[in-house]
Design a protein around this ligand. Structure first.
Ligand code: NAP
Length: 293
């Protein structure tokens, strides 16, 4: 069994991006600029946004944060998005989710200029992804694709089972794994809360991608020998084993599944670090006008 080291891969990609930014500066080009909108004071959202800002700084990007209280109106937020859309110095714009209930999330996402939508959530980018046209791919699925590539994992003709059908992970990764491309060319099955015989379906997987949001859901008896297992889940659970009193678990029971599979992503240090790196890659593409010319 081989551990897919997302932390090391992310560090490697970050240094490649930093090198490219230094080259852009050398030839007098503007450095990539990512703007983030953060609404309210949800601690998890604050942590994610500050992680994104730190990563931008690390690779030499400019980052700017637009912070507003939770009671900002939808109309005001739309004005802010419009203002950033029109700012030529900003290449990428993300709106940290979730948003307060009084704001229509789809309306906000659709108001982002698709050429700046580096989260890849705008329907135009989703459509382009489905049609295999140049698009910003959503960060977590894009991170998973890069792990397949960097570890030279064969995907053609494989049975790929995906647990979960969310808009940010399960659905886009199911589309990407079935595309006529590498990574891709898989025969994909998507499982969700209404799936019958889920365990049996999991056992058919050459590649199993768990994005179900349930700690240690996938056990060894659900995994075929030598399968590739990608664990997207992140759960902070109480633990007596750590100083902090907490530890992170994935959607896969790592100790037993890792003994049976050929490759596995650990939690933490697997898919997680690849998500931010993918956002950086999309922002670099935006600055270089690689997706929207
Ligand atoms: P989500 O929106 O909660 O979706 C979960 C999906 O799993 C749904 O499609 C749901 O089915 C399905 N599901 C839930 N329980 C099930 C069960 N018992 N049997 C079969 N299907 C079941 O989750 P998400 O946003 O995709 O996130 C999934 C996990 O990944 C979470 O732990 C999240 O924290 C983590 N995550 C990690 C990263 C990262 O960077 N590593 C990024 C995003 C998310 P229905 O559609 O039928 O409800």
């Amino acid at each position: 069994m081989k551990i897919i080291d997302g932390k090391a891969t992310a560090a490697e990609i970050k240094s490649e991006i930093a090198k490219e930014v230094a080259e852009m500066i050398d030839i007098g080009k503007d450095v990539p600029h990512l703007a983030a909108i953060l609404i309210g004071d949800d601690p998890a959202s604050q942590t994610y946004v500050s992680g994104k800002e730190k990563s931008c700084k690390k690779v030499g990007f400019i980052s700017s944060l637009y912070k507003f209280p939770a009671d900002i109106s939808e109309k005001e937020l739309l004005k802010v998005v419009d203002f950033i859309n029109k700012d030529d110095e900003v290449n990428g714009l993300i709106v940290q989710l979730p948003l307060p209930d009084h704001i229509n999330v789809n309306k906000i996402i659709e108001s982002i200029d698709p050429s700046k939508d580096v989260d890849g959530f705008h329907p135009l980018n989703v459509g382009k992804m489905v049609l295999n046209l140049p698009a910003y791919l959503p960060a977590t699925p894009y991170g998973i694709l890069q792990l397949f590539e960097r570890y030279n994992i064969e995907t053609v003709g494989k049975n790929c089972v995906i647990l979960g059908r969310s808009n940010i992970v399960g659905t886009p990764i199911s589309i990407l794994m079935s595309r006529k491309a590498y990574p891709g060319n898989c025969t994909v099955t998507v499982c969700h809360s209404k799936t019958k015989n889920l365990e049996k379906i999991c056992r058919t997987a050459d590649i199993l991608i768990a994005a179900i949001g349930s700690p240690e859901f996938v056990t060894a008896d659900m995994v075929k020998k030598d399968a590739v297992v990608i664990d997207v889940g992140i759960h902070r659970v109480k633990s007596k084993e750590t100083k902090s009193g907490y530890k992170l678990l994935g959607d896969v029971k790592f100790d037993e599944v890792s003994k049976k599979c050929s490759y596995i992503t650990p939690v933490p240090g697997g898919v997680g670090p690849m998500t931010i790196v993918s956002l950086l890659k999309n922002t670099l593409k935006a600055a270089k006008k690689e997706v929207y010319k």
